[in-house]
Design a protein around this ligand. Structure first.
Ligand code: ATR
Length: 301
């Protein structure tokens, strides 16, 4: 049985007559919490819909997504490793999806596939819900890959005082600083890049940070991108450390805890990006009836 066969994964819209069908596509996908999250939003908003999982082969995202929409699928969330493929597939991109360089939400209207990226908005909403002030904050974003790029625009829109992008290799961080220079200037944010090695030099970091976000893939292998020397420069007890990885206390979070900082994993970001996708699909008027924080509490229980 091919894994691009939509019915194999219970997402074939023809199996759910009278219901709008959505899916999350990724590889692997069996671990995904998105079906449960969207099921809860649908219950809260009294929406009749089905949300399933789709696992295209690594080189078959476009084929699987086209087949899903051709069969009547209404919308799709897209996760690792297909966010770039999803951007290429979309006929129309929202400005924030263009800036993010990746798409995590697709939907079809009048024959056209639209693509958006709700990851950054999800991160910002989770931070604000956890009481983290972003306006005038000094923020350090670690990583310069797709995950980092996806959140820079929404973070800049909150008008922090400083946003430093730190990466192992300097070229990717420098590129992101260039890409977001105009937005940073319009929001009066000092946007700068550093290498991870430079974080070890207190003259280069100047001051500890209010918020440190780990957007590297290091947490997946139980590593931290930070050396002990960098840790002592960047955290103070009032700092908040946020890891986009969820489901465990990562090495990065442990380092922050040892400095007395507060920490969070990325589960709230996952729920909040899903909430934005749900509202794009089902209507923004439902914002007052869905309760992402209740869904998050259930996932944590
Ligand atoms: P994603 O889409 O998840 O961001 P990516 O585009 O492959 O994935 O980017 C991965 C990011 O994690 C990069 O910033 C990478 O640093 P490099 O650009 O120097 O490769 C970073 N990264 C991965 N593993 C890391 C590790 N062990 N320590 C520090 N940074 C790491």
């Amino acid at each position: 049985m091919s894994s691009t066969n939509t019915s194999a994964l219970h997402t074939d819209p023809s199996l759910f007559s009278g219901m709008d069908v959505y899916a999350v596509a990724g590889n692997p996908i069996s671990h995904s919490k998105s079906p449960l999250i969207h099921q809860r939003f649908a219950e809260q908003a009294k929406q009749r819909m089905h949300y399933g999982r789709l696992q295209p082969e690594m080189d078959s995202f476009a084929q699987a997504a086209k087949a899903f929409f051709a069969a009547g699928g209404k919308g799709m969330n897209v996760t690792v490793p297909f966010k770039l493929d999803a951007q290429n597939l979309a006929d129309v991109l929202t400005p924030r999806a263009q800036l993010a360089g990746a798409v995590n939400t697709l939907w079809k209207i009048e024959g056209k596939i639209f693509g958006d990226n709700t990851d950054g908005a999800g991160l910002v909403r989770d931070l604000l819900a956890q009481g983290i002030a972003l306006h005038s904050a000094r923020i350090l974003l670690i990583g310069a890959g797709g995950a980092a790029r996806g959140v820079i625009g929404p973070l800049l829109e909150q008008s922090p005082k400083v946003l430093i992008i730190a990466n192992r290799s300097s070229a990717k961080a420098d590129e992101l600083v260039k890409l977001f220079a105009d937005l940073a200037a319009s929001q009066e944010v000092a946007l700068e890049s550093r290498t991870l090695a430079e974080l070890e030099d207190s003259a280069k970091t100047q001051h500890p940070f209010d918020l440190v976000i780990n957007a590297t893939a290091a947490g997946l292998t139980d590593q931290s991108p930070l050396t002990p020397k960098a840790v002592s420069n960047i955290f103070m007890p009032s700092s908040f450390a946020y890891d986009m990885v969820y489901g465990k206390t990562t090495a990065f979070m442990q380092q922050a805890l040892q400095r007395g900082a507060r920490v969070s994993d990325g589960l709230g970001m996952l729920v909040e990006q899903a909430a934005d996708a749900f509202l794009l699909w089902r209507g923004s008027q439902l914002a007052t009836v869905i309760n992402p924080r209740a869904v998050l509490a259930e996932l944590r229980s």
